[in-house]
Design a protein around this ligand. Structure first.
Ligand code: ZN
Length: 134
């Protein structure tokens, strides 16, 4: 039976995208699984995970600029904690990604990286990785 690999990520500011590809690859190496499925899961309600370009840092900057426009920080929200924008952004982005494993490697595209996306930082976030052989 495969175990769950968990690591922590410190996020630097209110909204951020942190490349976690290397940590997910390390979990895969530790699992010794050569072929199967890798699930990355974020156990939080104001953070998420996504896959996108990790070559040009302007992609991250543009992404955060636009998502903060689409879901503004204040817009007459009722939620007492004051972080409704973060809850909405994280649900829109989603809490898990599934990546195919082939020959011991994540089958990501050339320009793809796995990002933890933060919407209510700075905080320390957990990332769970489950690797299934098959
Ligand atoms: Zn809240």
């Amino acid at each position: 039976m495969s175990k769950v690999y968990t690591f922590s990520v410190k996020t630097p500011q209110t909204t951020a995208m942190i490349d976690i590809t290397r940590q997910v690859q390390e979990a895969l190496i530790n699992s010794r699984v050569m072929n199967g499925i890798c699930i990355v899961f974020i156990p939080h309600t104001t953070a998420a995970v996504t896959i996108n370009e990790n070559a040009d840092p302007d992609v991250v900057r543009d992404f955060l600029m636009e998502i903060n426009k689409v879901i503004p920080f204040s817009d007459g929200y009722q939620h007492m904690e004051g972080n409704s924008a973060a809850h909405i952004k994280s649900s829109l982005m989603g809490f898990s990604e599934t990546i195919i494993i082939e020959d011991g490697r994540l089958l990501l595209g050339t320009w793809q990286g796995i990002y933890l996306t933060e919407y209510d930082g700075p905080r320390v976030r957990k990332v769970h990785v489950k690797i299934l052989e098959g």
